[in-house]
Ligand binder design. Structure first.
Ligand code: AMP
Length: 249
């Protein structure tokens, strides 16, 4: 069985996002970019499934600018077998990403596609669900535990009230939640080896996928500044302020 893993290049989670001067999005000039954290979890899970002898090949796919090759190389250094970059300078929204992943899945015929539950830049939380609908495959979203047994699998999902266990048939789409695993770091020798691994570059046109955006971003703004806190000297002062200044008691 092949596993397809989607890896997106996003603003590094340690970098404070700043709105660009035009107010149309985040300023990405000269900022550190990394693999979307939920996608690191997706790669890790795919590797664990392969290491357990339940898959033969892990293929990392990214959609975006040329530099997304670095994101794919990170996945290859973690242990993925080969990579595919679908290169475009255009903005690709979740529906476009899902269509591209579906086109690649049609070529590669994986038993499993693992994507993150959401990208930390657009926070859409849509791609996995759209992919499952486009391919008419079953899906297990927000997975915190995955156990594959033959052509079926048991998945524990993080839901509002706690955990939900489901059983489903492969092929399927999984979206990863934070507690699924702790991703490994790529070791230096593996980073060197990853440079030699196969990385194919395609375009949306070659896959005959229409990635035209369906949504228009009207405006992006910084959240309002929060007022600074105040340290009070005593409980009596606190009570006085709550009563007479904040007027909440
Ligand atoms: P989203 O629906 O944008 O929140 O993204 C959910 C997941 O879809 C991400 O965690 C990735 O696994 C995958 N994904 C979204 N956009 C891309 C992209 N441009 N390239 C590769 N994977 C992507």
């Amino acid at each position: 069985m092949k596993i397809l893993v989607a890896v997106k290049r996003v603003l590094d989670y340690n970098v404070k996002a700043r709105v660009n001067a035009e107010g149309t999005g985040i300023d990405l000039a000269n900022v550190k970019m990394s693999m979307n954290p939920f996608d690191e979890i997706a790669v890790e899970e795919a590797l664990r499934i392969k290491e357990a002898g339940k898959a033969d090949e892990v293929i990392a796919v990214s959609i975006g600018v040329t530099q997304s090759q670095e994101t794919i190389r990170t996945a290859l250094a973690m242990g993925a077998d080969r990579g595919i970059l679908v290169e475009t300078d255009e903005e690709v929204q979740p529906l476009g990403v899902a269509k591209i992943l579906a086109a690649i899945a049609a070529r590669e015929e994986p038993g499993l596609v693992i994507v993150g539950k959401q990208s930390i830049d657009d926070d859409s939380n849509q791609t996995g669900q759209m992919l499952s609908a486009l391919m008419d495959w079953t899906q297990a979203t927000f997975a915190s535990e995955v156990n594959i047994d033959g052509d079926s699998m048991k998945v524990t999902r993080e839901v509002d009230g706690g955990l939900e266990s489901i059983e489903l048939q492969l092929p399927a789409v999984i979206t990863t939640d934070l507690r699924l695993n702790e991703p490994r770091y790529a070791k230096l020798p593996n980073i060197m080896k990853a440079k030699k691994k196969q990385l194919d570059v395609l375009t949306p046109a070659e896959l005959e996928v229409d990635i035209a955006p369906r949504l228009v971003t009207v405006k992006v703004e910084e959240p309002p500044q929060r007022k600074a806190g105040e340290i009070v000297g005593s409980v009596a002062e606190l009570v006085d302020k709550l009563k007479n200044e904040a007027k909440v008691i």
